[in-house]
Structures are given as structure tokens and as C-alpha cells.
Design a protein around this ligand. Sequence first.
Ligand code: FMN
Length: 224
Amino acid sequence: MTTVAIVYHTGTGDTGALAEAIAKGAASVENVTVHLLQITPQQIGEDGRWADSEILAKIDASDAIIFGFPTWMGSVSSVFKAFMEGTFSLWFAQGWKDKIAGGFTNSASQSGDKLSTLFQLSIFANQLSMIWVGLGDPPGNNQSTHSVNDINRLGTWLGMMSQSDGDRDATQAPPMSDRITGERYGRRVALVAKRWIEGPSAYQTEYIREGAIPADARGWVGQS
Ligand SMILES: Cc1cc2nc3c(=O)[nH]c(=O)nc-3n(C[C@H](O)[C@H](O)[C@H](O)COP(=O)(O)O)c2cc1C
């Protein structure tokens, strides 16, 4: 059995909706158990660092960890930053060395400087000597025939990015194309982790046609 933990912070639920999509994708892989773990301000101590032994035990027992947070002020959200700093003793012990890592972030603007926060996160994972897994799908929405309904519509590689319109709540934002992209990313990380645990026979590379438009994404953003 391979275990994937999705550890995330969300302020108003948008990043949480993406975390659920990623969990769904990871859980679609046979023999994979998924823990969906939310980081909250209540778990932060007086020293400003995150601590929660129950959640930490579940993360410790996982083979892969996918981290997620909203991009705030062009940076990792403060609550998630407290989580990162809360792993300081783990860094000393290199306690997550050789676990598989992935990451996602969500914000209101198309760019919103999200790339800088994925940089921050990938450096964090590498400081812990984890093995980073990028998105693995080609960029969408970059030709005249493409649209916002494309998988990977924001065109990123380092990790998963989504965008949530500021005037929509978490039932609609991020849009379906981002949620499907998230599902695919969760599945990819779970497959890579499974290969890491069970060996090459447990894994087959999954490709996508460039600019593929998922049929059920249409209509979500009001387009036919
Ligand atoms: C304090 C704060 C800072 C923000 N900074 C950014 C930013 O730098 N770039 C951006 O695109 N959106 C920014 N936003 C918008 C949020 O990223 C956006 O509303 C996101 O969907 C929130 O996700 P959540 O519902 O998971 O909290 C900011 C929002 C807040 C509250």
C-alpha cells in the first residue's frame, strides 16, 4: 500500500477545493491511501511555528506529500509558512528524506506571482531532501483555438497552479479545468510514489493530447 498526504492551507476555501480534486486524483490509483490534511491558524503555537502531533504522524507515515496554499502578497500564505517553519526539527533529522513531494497554489490573478511561491515550496522540499515531482502536462490556452477550459490553462511545469475569480466562491472557483488539472496531478504524484514503493512494474507513463479540452469543463465558466 502506498500512502499520499495532501497538506494544505486555505483561507476562503478555493485552495481547499483544489486540494479535494488532487486527493480525488491520487485516490484513483489502485492501492493508494490518501490523507487530506488541513493546516489552520489554530495549530500555530506562540513561537509562530506550526505544531500538531496527530497531523504530523499521518504525514510521517506517508510515502508522498503534496503541499498546497493560496499565494498571498506574492508569497506562501503565512499559515502555511508557519507549517514550513514548524518542520525545523525534521530538517535537522532529515526525517522526510527520499519521500516524494509535490505542490500546488491558487490565487486570484492569472499570474499573481504564483511561480515565486512554487519556487519557495520546491526549495523547502529540497531542503528536506524530498524528491520533487512537477506537473507533467503540456501547457493549454496558448493558441487561438485553445481556451480557459484547457487542462493546465495557466501553463506551468514546476507544480500545480490554479486561479480563482475574486467574485466567485469555492463552489465555482477554481474552475473545472483547474480541478481536472489538479486531479491529474494528484494521480501523477500517486503513480510516481507507487513506483517508488512497489517498483517499475507498478507504473506506466500517462500522456495527454496537447490542449485537450475535458468535455465536462465546458459550461463551468459559462462557455458552450
Ligand atoms: C492577504 C491576501 C493577499 C493576497 N495576495 C494575492 C497575490 O499576491 N496574488 C494573487 O493573485 N492573489 C492574491 N490574493 C487573492 C487570493 O490568493 C485568492 O482570493 C485565493 O483564491 C484565496 O484562496 P483561498 O480561498 O484558498 O484562501 C490575496 C488574498 C489575500 C487575502
